[in-house]
Design a protein. Sequence first.
Length: 574
Amino acid sequence: MDARVISKAKLPSRYVTEGPARAPHRSYLYAMGLSAAEIAQPLVGVASCWNEAAPCNISLMRQAQVVKKGVAAANGTPREFCTITVTDGIAMGHQGMKSSLVSREVIADSVELTMRGHCYDALVGLAGCDKSLPGMMMAMVRLNVPSIFIYGGSILPGSYRGRQITVQDVFEAVGQHSVGTISDAELLEIEQAACPSAGSCGAQFTANTMATVAEAIGLALPYSCGAPAPYEMRDRFNFASGEKVMELVAKNIRPRDIVTRKALENAATVVSATGGSTNAALHLPAIAHEAGIKFDLFDVAAIFEKTPYIADLKPGGRYVAKDMFEAGGIPLLMKTLLDHGYLHGDCMTVTGRTLAENMEHVSWNESQDVVRPANRPITKTGGVVGLKGNLAPEGAIVKVAGMSELKFSGPARCFDSEEECFEAVTQRNYREGEVLVIRYEGPRGGPGMREMLSTTAALYGQGMGGKVALITDGRFSGATRGFCIGHVGPEAAVGGPIGLVKDGDVISIDALKGTIEVALSDAELAARAKNWKPRRTDYQSGAIWKYAQTVGSARDGAVTHPGAAEETRCYADI
């Protein structure tokens, strides 16, 4: 697409490049080596979440250079910038995890501010670790300039004594080590083998779940989110994305043309079909919020309830993202779902074609067993289930992929922080059959809604993954397995029922019926509520305090601003 035919009359960059009054602005652009011709072209923000914190993000800067070449080849002018990332695998299990969900908002906000401040006309966003994917997509929908999302790609699987392993195995090895099942030397061997390359966690944890979402929702080019980070073929997708965003500028195809109610339903469908992370039930409502669409936890759960589980991916299954890509990629998954009526084929995508048109030439691969046909699923219902009851009036979520028992009932054992529960688990100070309750870890009460992977992985490593249940108003990692219920709302910090539970109260969970109940009458809950008092958190200043002042409930995505429904003027229309 030749950008020289694109008029700047309605593009944001006209405010910094057009007319005599903008000579000072242009002087800054000349200072960076741009020519008059480049200044006259559309300006494309190329945003990456590059950093040296973890392998998830380490390849993003290199990939961004290829994107810039694609933009320039299509006669656009790329302008690269970076935003933050908090890497969950390193933030996990300590106070650093309180930064994780907050980072999603900071990523979206910082991309918005950079784009607004410099009047860029389009956006290509590259992301790696968990919260950076929804954060980047939220920014795209909020700004509503032509945009394409790029996932940096997954890590290759590690190998330990002849078997494939991921970072999930390392977390679980900590639990095995705590009970003497493995030695110091074996733990060291596992930790050194699990992560052999650049890329995000390789199984269907949050990063790969949201990468699958990016293709299904239509913001990423087909196949682009499946190729592992080390594969040189990623450069084809990066270059093509740079070229394609210029075509979107010419055709004025914007994210809100793509992210519709139907597209969100498609996204929820692929999450359930792959046994994806429960975090998607937090991020999809947040993305919808940026488009002014009401799509909450219960809307996501309704899709989960009717979607078959068909991708045999870790942590519940056998394979990792690399295996699915080599079997046929995310389009293979989407093709069988579309053919059997589980996807809306008429949704627009960044290719400029509909989802059904993108799938037209995708053929089924009979010689693989990573993805089942949608009419011959692993299980008839999805890998993730929504729950509701007197313990969670605003809902809760549980991943059931790979689980055989879908009901649990037992006495509560209450902890008012993750650290308290992890200490009890480490010391084996709990009993089989108990329901471990971790509260005051919600969006406002944490603050920051931490993930509990260290605790759940330790339980699993001790051989207790199916012998206790764990519920929280915080979150669980996509790597979590076992009977673990997160996003319980209302959270304890605002007086939700989870904050009223006492040790010994019997809690019953039924993932078949979608219920979560505590054996207390309404009168008893009301009486306890009268005696409940808000707790002061340890964060009374700084970014995490600021987040706690504005964050809403997990049901609606834990968002921090009114969203497009209250918008008076969209950035793209300035």
